[in-house]
Design a protein. Structure first.
Length: 230
């Protein structure tokens, strides 16, 4: 079977194998679900930029700690931003692998135009694309059969099961989100969770102001290593 976005081959998730100890996955809110700094809409772009910088910092530290295989769920926002950064990192580190994990083949039908362009770019460059549901007619439905309601959950659980750690952007104000579900499952399964949220981003902007270079420098100080995270 092939991706409906890039045409790349897509494989059933059960065929995927990787060294779990060096594999990490991502979870996080979509771009529209990110709270803007202090609710001020004019700070929207700088808030998103700060989120992406902190996400990149965690990925850098994970690679330095020995993680080489990164699994992205290919959703708009955190998933695709993480995937995009992993691909850049792979340019200078040939040991890095990016795995794209789809919940189902038609998952991008409601993406924005820019999201679909980024998805296509990521898929074209990923080392492997997989899906937890191979039925080409499957679509997510909250009120449908259980296999339709659980498409995203199944994808998220698969990523956690295949990994030894998770990088999560988690908004505590959204306790019933898919991201919270994934993080909770990761804790139950004994995975390491490297997490940050909107309050961490706001604290960085409080300290650094809205200059992007100052924000980057503040993030380096705020997240110096992963060793202190239990």
């Amino acid at each position: 079977m092939n991706s409906l976005n890039s045409g790349r081959a897509v494989y059933p998730a059960e065929e995927f194998t990787s060294e779990q100890s060096s594999t990490l996955c991502f979870t996080g809110h979509r771009s529209g679900g990110i709270r803007t700094y202090r609710g001020i809409q004019t700070y929207r772009s700088i808030t998103v930029a700060a989120v992406r910088l902190m996400l990149s910092r965690y990925i850098d530290l994970a690679a330095e700690s020995g993680y080489t295989t990164f699994i992205s769920g290919l959703a708009e926002g955190i998933d695709l931003w993480a995937a995009e950064y992993v691909l850049k990192m792979r340019m200078t580190n040939p040991d890095i692998r990016l795995i794209g994990a789809m919940p189902y083949l038609r998952h991008a039908e409601r993406f924005s135009a820019s999201g679909r362009r980024l998805l296509e770019q990521v898929e074209e460059q990923a080392d492997c694309l997989i899906t937890v549901n191979t039925d080409p007619d499957s679509v997510y439905s909250r009120s449908g059969a259980s296999e339709m309601k659980n498409l995203y959950r199944d994808r998220n659980y698969f990523m956690v099961e295949s990994s030894s750690a998770v990088i999560a952007f988690l908004d505590e104000n959204k306790p019933y989100s898919g991201t919270m579900q994934t993080v909770s499952y990761a804790y139950r399964r004994g995975r390491k969770v490297f997490r940050f949220g909107s309050d961490d981003i706001f604290d960085v902007i409080d300290e650094a102001g809205t200059d992007i270079r100052s924000i980057g420098a503040e993030i380096l100080q705020a997240v110096p290593s992963l060793s202190d995270i239990p």
